[in-house]
Design a protein around this ligand. Sequence first.
Ligand SMILES: [Zn+2]
Length: 266
Amino acid sequence: MPRHKFADRKITGMQTFYDRFILPVMDLILPRTCIVCGKRLYTFEEHICTRCLADLPLTYGWSLSRNPMAEKFNGLIQRTACHDMQQASRLPAHIPYSHAAALFFFNSEAQYRKIPYSIKYHGDISSGLFFGAMLGKKIACSPALEGIDMIIPVPLYWSRRWERGYNQAEVIARGIAGAIGSTVRTDILYRRHHTETQTRLDTEEKSRNVKDAFGIRKKFPAGTGHILLVDDVFTTGATLHACWQAVRETARDISISVAALAMVSN
Ligand SMILES: [Zn+2]
């Protein structure tokens, strides 16, 4: 999918010149296409055509503190807490409700899966930042997700990060950070070991697969009250939950919310 070298240029003045003169010429030489349907984009469109954008199945999770993603995620937290309680034969400490939001739903047949797929496997960083910013603008209007001190993307194991050249969750996190005026930290949470591909595993198997996969490398800065963990796709929630556990073990007073670009709806 061709992408213009200067497609992300956002300099006032230059932007007008770029939009009016350079982009129309570039569109003739190297047409840009919609990430979802593959149709040629008009000059005023970016990454996704107007029709696909209008049909994007938004979750509206940012405006609902209780939504399918949050319920699923908090269900995992409660289940682990009950298990720990049975093991330790004592009541667990109060666990605050974690807020959660995804930008859109997709199922395995829907063509919208092409958005995270293109970001993850085709090096489409420009789309990652674009859709991350779209999610960030929704988060900026969410009362449940306000006051985020830092954004932490789900880390890749170092060798996987090196092989791919980037972390797709980090790209999305940077798009969100730009929209809500927060910072991305990749130096605190790390992945201890490489985990097998999770695509064909059920929730229990996924939870076992990622249990203890993440660790904390350094302390959170003093005054950190609310962090946002970010992944590209939310399926069972097992990966984000494993990150949540690693953070909670070292920082019990920090509120932890989660966000993903897409939530699998089947
Ligand atoms: Zn389209």
